[in-house]
Design a protein around this ligand. Structure first.
Ligand code: ATP
Length: 273
C-alpha cells in the first residue's frame, strides 16, 4: 500500500542532545536547521538555500540519527527511504516511488527527505555488472535527479542522503543544486565514545561502579551503533541474573559478546581468512 512506501514520521523526537560527539558535523548541519526554520532570512537577501547535503561515513556512526535530529530540531516531518529497497525492483517501480516521495514531501514542506545508502541508487551510471537490473537502477537515479531539479530552493524540502561509498556516486548527484554539501562523519575517538556511552547510559539503571570513561577505553574501533548495542546487551545480561542494576561486569560481558558478534560477521564477509 502507499503507506508502506516510506516512513513519514510526522513527529521526530530526536534532537542534537541524542547525538553524541560529531561536533563538527553538528555545527555544519545546524545551518540546515536554520534554513528550515527561517527560510525568508536567506531568500530575502537573494540567497539560494541548498537542496541537499550528503552525510559521508562508515556504518553505524549516526548518519541516520543526525538526519532525524535535524528534523527534530527544526520540528519538521521526516520522510525516509533506503537505497537498498530499490535493488531488484520491477521496471518503473523505483522511479514511481521517488516521484511519490517527492510529491508527498512537497505537500508537507518544510520537511526533510532522508535517503539512506544512496550509493545503491546513485552508483555512477554504466558501472554495474548486471545489465537488466542496472537499467532499472538508472531509471530510479534519473528520476531522483529530475525531482531534485524540479523544485525551487524556496520549496522548503531539504534532502539529506547517507553513504559510506562517496567514491562510487554518479557525479551528476554532486553538482551544484543537488548534493552540493558534504558532511563527513567519522568513527568516534575515545572522547566521542565516552560521550556516546553517556547518551545511552541515561536510559539504564546503573550501579555506582559504572564508568563511561573506562568503557570508552575498552571499546576501540566501536561505532555508535555498537556502543548502543553494548548498553542494551549489558541491561539484558543484568536482567537475566535478576539484578536490580547494571554493573561494570555486565558491560564487560556485553563488550565481549559484541566483539564476538563482530568477529563472526567479519568471518562471513571474508571467507578466505
Ligand atoms: P548505517 O550507515 O548503517 O545506516 P548510520 O550511520 O545511519 O548507519 P545510525 O543508524 O544513525 O547509523 O546509528 C544506529 C544507532 O547507533 C543509533 O540509533 C544510535 O542508537 C546509535 N548511535 C550511532 N551514532 C551515535 C552517536 N553519535 N550518538 C549517539 N548514538 C549513536
Amino acid at each position: 500500500s502507499r503507506a508502506t512506501l516510506f516512513d513519514a514520521e510526522n513527529k521526530v523526537n530526536i534532537t542534537f542532545d541524542d547525538v553524541a560527539g560529531l561536533d563538527e558535523a553538528k555545527e555544519e548541519i545546524k545551518e540546515i536547521v536554520d534554513f528550515l526554520k527561517n527560510p525568508k532570512k536567506y531568500t530575502d537577501l537573494g540567497g539560494k538555500i541548498p537542496k541537499g547535503a550528503l552525510l559521508i561515513g562508515p556504518p553505524g556512526t549516526g548518519k541516520t540519527l543526525l538526519a532525524k535530529a535535524v528534523a527534530g530540531e527544526a520540528n519538521v516531518p521526516f520522510f525516509s527511504l533506503s537505497g537498498s529497497d530499490f535493488v531488484e525492483m520491477f521496471v518503473g517501480v523505483g522511479a514511481a516511488r521517488v516521484r511519490d516521495l517527492f510529491r508527498q514531501a512537497k505537500e508537507k514542506a518544510p520537511c526533510i527527505i532522508f535517503i539512506d545508502e544512496i550509493d545503491a541508487i546513485g552508483r555512477s551510471r554504466g558501472r554495474g555488472m548486471m545489465p537488466g537490473a542496472n537499467d532499472e537502477r538508472e531509471n530510479t537515479l534519473n528520476s531522483l535527479l529530475v525531482e531534485m531539479d524540479g523544485f525551487g530552493t524556496d520549496s522548503g524540502v531539504i534532502i539529506l542522503a547517507a553513504t559510506n561509498r562517496p567514491d562510487v556516486l554518479d557525479s551528476a548527484l554532486l553538482r551544484p543544486g543537488r548534493f552540493d554539501r558534504q558532511i563527513s562523519i567519522d568513527k568516534p575517538d575515545i572522547i566521542g565514545r565516552e560521550a556516546i556511552f553517556k547518551v545511552h547510559l541515561r536510559r539504564l539503571k546503573l550501579g555506582e561502579d559504572v564508568d563511561a570513561k573506562k568503557l570508552a577505553a575498552q571499546t576501540p574501533g566501536f561505532a555508535g551503533a555498537e556502543i548502543a548495542n553494548v548498553c542494551n546487551e549489558a541491561a539484558l545480561i543484568a536482567a537475566r541474573k535478576n539484578k536490580q542494576e547494571v554493573n561494570m561486569q555486565d558491560f564487560q560481558d556485553a563488550i565481549d559478546r559484541v566483539i564476538g558478534g563482530l568477529e563472526k560477521k567479519n568471518k562471513l564477509i571474508s571467507p578466505e581468512e
